[in-house]
Design a protein around this ligand. Structure first.
Ligand SMILES: *[C@@H]1O[C@H](CO)[C@@H](O)[C@H](O)[C@H]1NC(C)=O
Ligand SMILES: *[C@@H]1O[C@H](CO)[C@@H](O)[C@H](O)[C@H]1NC(C)=O
Length: 259
């Protein structure tokens, strides 16, 4: 087991201890209810190619990684000067207890460019367990949006590149009720990744692309529940359309911050 994964296991372990302690003291704010407690309607609203929320089981969190920068860069289009395959990411947030949209939550996303580089950390620093501070002023492929009345945010971005040890992914973090309520990563199904990696500029990157099932974070955090739904029609064009529905607990306080 890698040191990094060990660290996550430690975090998860402390999360479990915290929530069981809190269950016994019945502090409502701290308790993370189990998905079965969610009272969710079975109604669904057709939204283009995806059916919204036929169930509201709690979406899994995924570790934050070292490259988050807490700056509110409020914008939908985060591409700047980067090249790659266009990707629109829509996230629909609902409260897993009520299945109702979460309005006014702040959603951050950040991701590497096609070559695996994150803005702010373009010199590829050695990853340490403590908090990492950005070394350069670039902020491409980072942005923040506030969910609308439907609990929705949309970002215009690019398909993310890969780098050694990780499958392609996009990070996100959700602030609600003044807390870091949910931290996650967006993944892609293998067939989508295969199509994209065969295209320029992704095919010019020579490090091997790790598959989801080989990625310790994907498997540990049940990443298949964080795979974005890509419109199959968009896959044959030159820009992708993806939707991920997230059922979260807006009163949760995430323990998955890097440091
Ligand atoms: C919310 O969804 C409804 C129904 O689909 C739609 O009519 C409305 O325009 C949406 N609101 C926003 C702000 O997009
Ligand atoms: C992505 O969003 C932009 C801006 O709304 C839009 O012009 C473009 O058509 C969208 N792309 C796809 C594939 O839907």
């Amino acid at each position: 087991m890698s040191i990094k994964l060990g660290f996550y296991v430690f975090l998860i372990h402390s999360l479990l201890i915290t929530s069981s302690l809190c269950n016994s003291c019945a502090s409502k704010e701290e308790v993370v209810p189990s998905p079965e407690e969610g009272q969710c309607s079975q109604e669904s609203v057709k939204q283009s190619f995806v059916t919204r929320f036929t169930e509201c089981s709690l979406s899994p969190e995924v570790g934050e990684g070292p490259y988050f920068i807490e700056e509110d860069i409020i914008r939908s289009n985060i591409v700047e000067d980067r090249i790659g395959i266009r990707l629109n990411v829509t996230l629909n947030l609902v409260d897993f207890n009520t299945c109702k949209p979460i309005k006014g939550a702040k959603v951050y996303i950040w991701q590497p460019d096609y070559s695996g580089i994150y803005s702010g950390f373009m010199d590829k620093p050695r990853v340490k367990r403590e908090k990492m501070y950005p070394k350069d002023p670039r902020r491409f492929l980072r942005g923040t949006q506030v969910t609308n009345e439907n609990g929705t945010v949309t970002f215009e971005t690019l398909f993310p590149g890969h780098y050694p040890g990780r499958t392609p992914h996009i990070h996100y973090r959700i602030h609600a009720n003044g807390n870091v309520a949910h931290i996650g990563q967006i993944f892609f199904d293998e067939s989508t990744s295969q199509v994209i990696q065969s295209k320029s500029p992704y095919n010019q990157v020579h490090s091997r692309r790790m598959k989801n099932e080989e990625d310790g974070e994907f498997t540990y955090f049940n990443g298949k529940k964080s795979i974005i739904n890509i419109d199959p029609q968009s896959l044959s064009g030159d820009s992708l359309e993806g939707i991920l529905n997230l059922a979260i607990n807006p009163l949760h306080r995430s323990n998955l911050m890097w440091a």
